[in-house]
Unconditional design. Structure first.
Lengths: 467, 211, 245
């Protein structure tokens, strides 16, 4: 069972390199995105269309999933359904064992990180190699990803060079091009010799049973072309109705994520290869993962988060994320989207810290290509945590609720509120320094440890009465 | 009750019903697709986009094809090549042979294909707006030819020009595979430093044939 | 016909920015607005709502609505976040079809943040103010994104005589207040504040203007911490600089 995420403790030990790396990346992505958005006069129309498409799909999710399944099977593929991570991992292992898989090459899949697939496969004696360069690096380093798109941001080229020397036993200069070449050489043989290729899916097109993969490095193509067996895992929320609606989402995805018009490779895979002479896997399996998504769907106030197309734009623009990086969130997804996905996926008790990891500034909602109202959902989850609702019991201890209710009562009684203010004016007088209070007792010391608290200046009501 | 049924029932219950909604609500309207400009402008746009991404795009007259191939082979130090097995590329095959290049058959196994320095394909579709080519797949048009070699050359005919993704998809959706390729493989995973050439081809050439 | 305004003073301004409230009264009266102050008001409930204690927020909302429902005219506040609470969240707190829900919708329609009231309702963009100083502007999040008041504050600032408006780098980035956020995650709040202060100092301005008491407390305290001479003031302070409370 995952222990509860202690966001505050995590933020107290963020490495400076994490911040440097994160801010370098997010600034670059935002600048590039900004240029492309400015030159596209259909941007807002695309966002609105995408929002409507995703909402429509969610409202008919059963219909489109059944269509997807039919078409994948008609194309010669296999479809499996997994309620949770444990089931998904079992399905993987069972297919792998049937095919005597020793080594698997894997292209990036956030769903697989949700379910800790690599650990499960390793425990079953299967060697799994991440092939996306950033994922390959963090797999060698044994650290979690720091950003959805660029997972190794928190490492320097010197650190990566040392890592390659230690783990790969090669001569490795601290030069990105040379390091990339080393990874290319090492992984090339692995691609060609692997028994299994694992991928996620950026989208699943119901109309034809097609898996869509968006990458820049070519590893996605390698994993889904060279090994004889291909297993893809994707959340049930990845389905889109048809190719026409897909164009809208593709036009938004790369621009929102990295500020590219389109990624280097976008693959559209419908089932295994059709003829023996054709390149591609002989066998294709798709695992559809629930893992909390039906729970998110059930609550109309959380449903909208399933529109997410995993672009990472909300991370890029979030001031909180930009000051703490991905590790502080303690979950496969970080930033604003991570804060709202975590409670339904890993449980509200474990993730209660995350919906509060926001100043509610709203920049994420403005930038989201599919218009997810993230601050609204954060507020809804905060309510669930503080007071409980039909979905989950409250996490905040009852004493807090009683105290808050008491405070609300006091603040609602006008004379009590006014007299309280008068008393506070007297009490704070000795602590004033030039109109500010440099230090206060707990819990307000959490404020004054950062900057002074303003002295009370509350004579408006008296002024009004005497004018 | 199997997992499939459980999940689907759960979804329906979440949406407040017990069966699929019928009839399906109308699909939301799509933003109208881009309209193509004049052909020469489209080609200019294509070349501009590809070159901005560190690809090498240019027009090549059919009469200059041999010379262009010789130059490419020399510049990229090509010893072995693999080509799509299509009518248009047969003459390219012959030219390469005369240049002393070893041709690996396109139906060789992946380990043999991986020995090729140069992979040559046609373009089934061209999208000038983003500098993208679209390739289908078949035993004569292996996926690995545009993936395994370190150099990828695409020979594109004007007929393959499409105005918008919608047009590409309308034609490609009935096939079992499509890849959209936009420039050479790249990453910025290490300190956001752009590196060209990762797992896919390191060098990408697009020649628009002029007849 | 004289425009009537009910002052929605907000708990933070009530306690920490009495002078801003006095200036607001003076400003409105100079514009021939009839100003009333429903004295029974205390807090709109936003701090409770934002921390998830919606049942407490609901009680306070009912109280607030009772007080203001008995009044006529515009309800105007110097705090964008509090207006956002009333306009967007009050209706959400009550079931559709209930008396309170209808009341919330009516009151929301009458409730305005000051700059939006001045520019969009009173159609006033120049109040004849003079403030010959270098000023930079921080766009408070709820005012900007919650209420869409992107242009109104700047329009008012640009019409102030002698005022040199200097652009602020990352003007629209949150200052790190976020209400309870500042005490729940003080380290992150600090990091965000430090960035904001750095940009304010780099701007070369003598004053930084914001439209939310929360931002002013945070940024003001941050400037004091850095021993800066730059002062954080409300837009109202600029528009009534000649008045001494």
């Amino acid at each position: 069972m995952t222990p509860a995420i202690d966001f505050r403790a995590n933020t107290q030990r963020v490495a400076p390199q994490m911040i440097r790396g994160v801010q370098l990346a997010t600034q670059r992505f935002l600048d590039n995105r900004g240029k492309l958005v400015a030159e596209l006069d259909t941007w807002e129309a695309l966002r609105q269309a995408a929002h409507e498409i995703r909402l429509h799909t969610l409202n008919h999710l059963d219909h489109y999933l059944e269509m997807l399944e039919r078409n994948v099977m008609a194309a010669g593929g296999h479809v499996h359904w997994a309620r949770d991570g444990a089931q998904a991992n079992d399905i993987f292992i069972s297919i792998a064992r049937e095919h005597n898989v020793k080594t698997a090459v894997k292209s990036k899949s956030m769903a697989s990180e949700e379910i800790h697939l690599n650990d499960a496969l390793e425990r079953a004696g299967i060697r799994v190699l991440e092939t996306d360069l950033g994922e390959y690096i963090i797999q060698l380093a044994g650290t979690p990803p720091s950003h959805i798109i660029v997972p190794a941001l928190h490492l320097t080229k010197e650190g990566i060079a040392q890592l390659f020397r230690d783990k790969l036993g090669v001569v490795a200069p601290a030069d990105p091009a040379r390091l990339t070449e080393i990874a290319r050489e090492k992984l090339r043989a692995e691609f060609l010799n692997a028994d299994l290729g694992i991928s996620g899916a950026n989208f699943l097109v119901a109309e034809t049973g097609t898996l869509v993969l968006v990458t820049n490095e070519g590893n996605g193509r390698m994993c889904t072309t060279q090994p004889p067996l291909h297993i893809a895992i994707a959340g049930i929320d990845k389905v889109v109705p048809d190719w026409d609606t897909l164009t809208v989402l593709l036009k938004l995805l790369a621009r929102s994520a990295t500020g590219q018009k389109i990624s280097t490779y976008t693959s559209f895979i419908t089932g295994p290869r059709r003829a023996d002479g054709e390149n591609g896997p002989r066998e294709f399996h798709l695992i559809l993962l629930d893992n909390g998504r039906t729970k998110i769907l059930r609550d109309p106030q959380t449903r909208a988060m399933l529109k997410c197309i995993r672009c990472g734009a909300c991370l890029n623009v979030c001031p909180v994320y930009n000051h703490v990086g991905g590790h502080a969130y303690g979950f496969a997804y970080s930033g604003p989207i991570g804060s709202i996905l975590a409670p339904p996926i890993i449980g509200v008790q474990n993730a209660a810290a995350l919906p509060f990891a926001s100043s509610l500034c709203g920049a994420c909602a403005d930038i989201c290509p599919v218009k997810i109202p993230i601050p609204e959902i954060l507020l809804h989850l905060r309510h669930r945590i503080a007071e409980g609702d039909r979905v989950d019991r409250a996490v905040t201890p009852a004493i807090f609720r009683t105290t808050m209710a008491g405070m609300a009562r006091v603040m609602s009684i006008a004379w009590l509120y006014r007299w309280g203010a008068r008393i506070m004016r007297i009490v704070q007088a000795p602590f004033r320094r030039n109109g500010w209070l440099p230090s206060l007792p707990p819990p307000l010391n959490r404020w004054t440890s950062v900057r002074p608290f303003p002295a009370l200046q509350n004579d408006f009501r008296d002024w009004w009465r005497t004018r | 009750m199997n997992r499939r049924t459980l999940i689907l029932d759960d979804i329906r219950a979440s949406l407040g019903r017990t069966v699929s909604a019928s009839p399906i609500a109308p699909r939301p309207s799509i933003v109208p697709p881009r309209v193509a400009g004049a052909i020469e402008q489209e080609i200019e746009k294509l070349i501009q986009e590809v070159n901005a991404l560190k690809g090498n795009a240019r027009r090549v007259a059919s009469s200059d094809l041999n010379v262009a191939l010789r130059e490419l082979v020399r510049a990229e130090s090509v010893k072995r090549a693999v080509l799509w097995h299509t009518p248009c590329l047969r003459q390219v095959d012959e030219v390469l042979c005369t240049l002393g290049i070893e041709i690996i058959p396109q139906d060789a196994d992946k380990h043999a294909l991986a020995q090729a320095d140069l992979g040559i394909t046609e373009a089934d579709f061209i999208l000038p707006e983003t500098g993208t080519v679209g390739l289908l797949s078949s035993p004569d048009k292996p996926r690995s030819v545009s993936l395994l070699p370190r150099v990828h050359l695409v020979l594109a005919a004007r007929q393959a020009l499409c105005a918008d993704l919608h047009d590409v998809f309308a034609q490609a959706k009935s096939h079992n595979y499509l890849v959209l390729i936009t420039g050479p493989s790249r990453t910025a995973d290490i300190e956001m430093v752009l590196t060209i050439g990762v797992h896919g081809p390191q060098s990408y050439h697009l020649w628009i044939l002029d007849d | 016909m004289t425009v009537q305004v009910q002052l929605f003073i907000t708990c933070l301004a009530d306690q920490f920015f009495a002078n801003v409230l006095k200036r607001m009264v003076v400003l409105l009266e100079r514009l021939n607005v009839q100003v009333e102050f429903p004295e029974a008001q205390t807090c709109c409930g936003q701090p409770f709502f934002n921390t998830g204690f919606q049942s407490s927020a609901r009680e306070m909302a009912k109280k607030w609505m009772d007080i203001f429902a008995r009044t006529d005219g515009y309800i105007v506040s110097p705090s964008g976040s509090c207006v956002d609470m009333v306009r967007h969240h009050y209706p959400e707190l009550f079931p559709v079809g209930s008396r309170e829900h209808a009341q919330a919708l009516q009151l929301a329609a009458r409730t305005f943040e000051l700059t939006q009231f001045l520019v969009n309702e009173l159609q006033v963009t120049d109040v004849g103010a003079s403030f010959p100083h270098k000023v930079t502007y921080h766009a408070s999040c709820h005012t900007l994104r919650g209420l869409g008041a992107r242009e109104e504050p700047k329009t008012l600032l640009r019409n102030v005589k002698g005022l040199e408006l200097i652009p602020l780098t990352d003007e629209e980035t949150c200052c790190g207040f976020g209400g309870a956020f500042s005490v729940i995650y003080p380290e992150v709040s600090q990091a965000m504040l430090e960035d904001k202060i750095k940009h304010i100092q780099a701007s070369g301005a003598e004053y930084v203007v914001a439209l939310d008491p929360g931002c002013l407390m945070n940024i003001g305290g941050g400037l004091v911490k850095q021993k800066s001479n730059i002062q954080a003031i409300h837009l109202i302070d600029v528009l009534t600089a000649d008045y001494q409370p």
